[in-house]
Design a protein around this ligand. Structure first.
Ligand code: GAR
Length: 211
């Protein structure tokens, strides 16, 4: 059984998908707790599944380091095998990342390395991209730069708004994230063995087609 702590900032549709996946014992996933950097609406999903939650808000601390230290203490309290950033919209300092690496993964709504950062969908539209997508990757010290585990592309349609495109990406994203976490749980994917220098060799889920 793979034990997981999920961190969110927003509505938590990816979290909800993970909670539903964990409800099926065949997936071998157990969500121990859900944390957030604000009283995010997505925490309600955890409460519905009777999963404990915690909020560690940066405003209550003097520095990012002090905030992330307490966030890390909360995560470590549960001693998870894996930490999933599922719409967690803050950059974590190196000390947090190295304490959990490589068992810290993030889902991001673009085909990285294209469009890193907090506005990936908006940036893809502004750049006139015809294809974007989603990437699940191991978190490293950079912003959305860590070794990529799996990617799926999503077409940008004529007249797409940021909301419409993001919703289409999220439909694919939820399946990809579950697929990756399930593969880690099954021992089919070893996060310590991803080659950061050779990003063309994506793990199995990248080959899956969710369109
Ligand atoms: C997801 O699309 C996730 O990839 C994105 O926030 C959304 C959260 O949706 N994360 C980032 O942009 C991180 N840079 P959700 O709250 O409905 O799961």
């Amino acid at each position: 059984m793979l034990s997981v702590v999920v961190l969110i900032s927003g509505s938590g549709s990816n979290l909800k998908a993970l909670l539903e996946a964990a409800d099926n014992p065949l997936n071998g996933i157990r969500i121990l707790a859900v944390g957030a950097d604000n009283p995010a609406s997505g925490l309600e999903h955890a409460e519905l599944f009777n999963v404990p939650t915690f909020v560690v808000a940066p405003q209550n601390f003097d520095s990012r380091e002090a905030w992330s230290k307490v966030l890390l203490e909360n995560v470590k309290f549960y001693n998870p095998d894996l930490v999933v950033l599922a719409g967690f919209m803050r950059i974590l300092p190196a000390s947090f990342v190295s304490a959990l690496s490589p068992n810290l993964i993030n889902t991001h709504p673009s085909l990285l390395p294209a469009f890193p950062g907090a506005h990936a969908v908006r940036d893809a539209l502004a750049a006139g991209a015809t294809v974007t997508g989603v990437t699940v990757h191991v978190v490293d010290q950079g912003v959305d730069t860590g070794p990529r585990i799996a990617q799926v592309s999503v077409a940008v349609l004529e007249g797409d708004s940021e909301f419409e495109l993001h919703e289409r990406i999220k439909t694919v994203e939820r399946q990809l994230l579950i697929s990756v976490v399930r593969d880690i749980a099954a021992g089919n994917l070893n996060l310590a063995n991803l080659d950061p220098l050779n990003q063309n060799h994506l793990a199995q889920p990248a080959a899956k087609n969710f369109h």
